[in-house]
Design a protein around this ligand. Structure first.
Ligand code: ZN
Length: 394
């Protein structure tokens, strides 16, 4: 029997909405501290008698938090979320992004979908986890700075590998409409800065144009991607090959001045059986062999530098993986798909833990004005969590 409140709604659902309301109210945009939110979660769990571990960043303004509910034995399940959200600067929000409101069966608020909705479902289910007599534990893992290149997750996962007995599966609750996702590409992003030698354009032979060097490097990215496209075979990803992209370029000052500086940003998204660092290595080799000798022959002070921005590893499909099987069993959804966005899943998988992405909400609603989680998806998330609790209490 499902306990119902006076208005006919499920108590479990009401608890999840109340928790979501609290979480949305914390302004945890990635550039801000998330410590108030983490303190709230720590107090919530402490109130239920659960110990938590916090792992701070080097500035002590952000933290990961994890906790184990149930016996400290192997074979538990990690439920992974992040506490940060993207900035709510889109001008066209209908209501305050940091105040949860419901309209027409949709719960609106920054992070409602990505991914405080999942966090709220999990945190509000802890009393039921405690009451269920779990035979294998649930480990709750909440990170900081996921939205700016999964910066918090590595220290979180590292601390967990030392603290918890090996789990059977990790479920990363990013929005997938509760369909198990078993693979995504990696993403590697870096800046390239070109230092040229400025001269009047009439004497370009005595200078080095940073803009024109950058153009050759950007063309290399495009040609490399084109070669990938030509040899690609269907593998479940769209597109089925490693992509190389330049999304921003700035440099130069005038038509008749050979540019002194040019900077551009590269984003490489590789299929799981390729290493994005190998692409960066090939890019660096091209620079060293084809670009620098000519630059230096004109002006030795010129050069090219690469500065890393972020690296999110891929989630490789695991044939017969425990996490995929568990997610299929709990959702009843057979289709185990691929997505094109990155998550923290690959970081957990690299710890040797079977990992799947499966959570409530539609990624199309993430990072948008009027971000929302539908009641229906919230309900599906609650039901998923309860099936997991039942499974771990068997
Ligand atoms: Zn997310």
């Amino acid at each position: 029997m499902t306990p119902m409140t006076a208005d006919g709604r499920d108590d479990r659902e009401a608890a999840a909405v109340a928790m979501l309301e609290r979480l949305v109210a914390f302004r945890t945009e990635s550039r801000s501290s998330n410590l108030e939110c983490v303190d709230f979660i720590r107090n919530h769990l402490a109130g239920l008698g659960i110990e938590t571990t916090t792992i701070y960043d080097e500035t002590h303004t952000k933290a990961n938090i994890f906790a184990t509910i149930g016996p400290r034995v192997p074979g538990g399940v990690v439920l992974s979320g992040h506490t940060d959200v993207v900035p709510a600067e889109e001008g066209d929000w209908t209501s305050d992004p940091f105040r949860l409101v419901e309209r027409d069966g949709r719960l609106y608020g920054r992070g409602a979908c990505d991914m405080k909705g999942f966090d709220a479902i999990v945190l509000s289910a802890v009393p039921r986890m405690l009451a269920a007599g779990l035979k294998a534990p649930v480990h709750i893992a909440l990170s900081y700075d996921e939205e700016v290149g999964c910066k918090g997750a590595p220290s979180l996962v590292e601390a967990m590998t030392r603290a918890i007995p090996p789990p059977r599966a990790v479920i990363v609750g990013e929005p997938t409409m509760m369909a198990p996702v078993i693979g995504h590409k990696s993403s590697l992003s870096f800046f390239t800065t070109v230092k040229g030698k400025p001269v009047h354009s009439s004497r370009i032979d005595t200078g080095v144009s940073a803009v024109m060097i950058a153009a050759r490097l950007i063309a290399w990215l495009d040609e490399t991607m084109e070669a990938n496209r030509r040899r690609a075979a269907p593998n479940g990803f769209a597109p089925p090959y490693t992509t190389l992209h330049c999304g921003m370029v700035k440099g130069g000052v005038a038509a008749n001045i050979v540019a002194q500086a040019c900077e551009f940003v590269t984003d490489i998204r590789s299929v799981p059986d390729e290493d994005p660092l190998a692409y960066r290595g090939a890019f660096e080799a091209y620079i060293a062999q084809e670009i620098l000798p000519r630059m230096h022959s004109v002006a030795p002070e010129t050069g090219v530098a690469i500065i890393e921005r972020s690296h999110v590893p891929s989630l490789a499909p695991e044939p017969g993986g425990a996490a995929g099987a568990l997610a299929r069993e709990l959702t009843g959804v057979d289709e185990a798909g691929f997505v094109s966005y990155g998550t923290e899943a690959g970081i957990f998988q690299r710890a040797g833990w079977s990992t799947v992405v499966c959570g409530p909400g539609d990624i199309a609603q993430a990072h948008q004005a009027d971000e929302y989680l539908s009641r229906e998806q919230l309900r599906a998330g609650v039901a998923f969590t309860d099936r997991l609790i039942a499974r771990l209490s068997d």
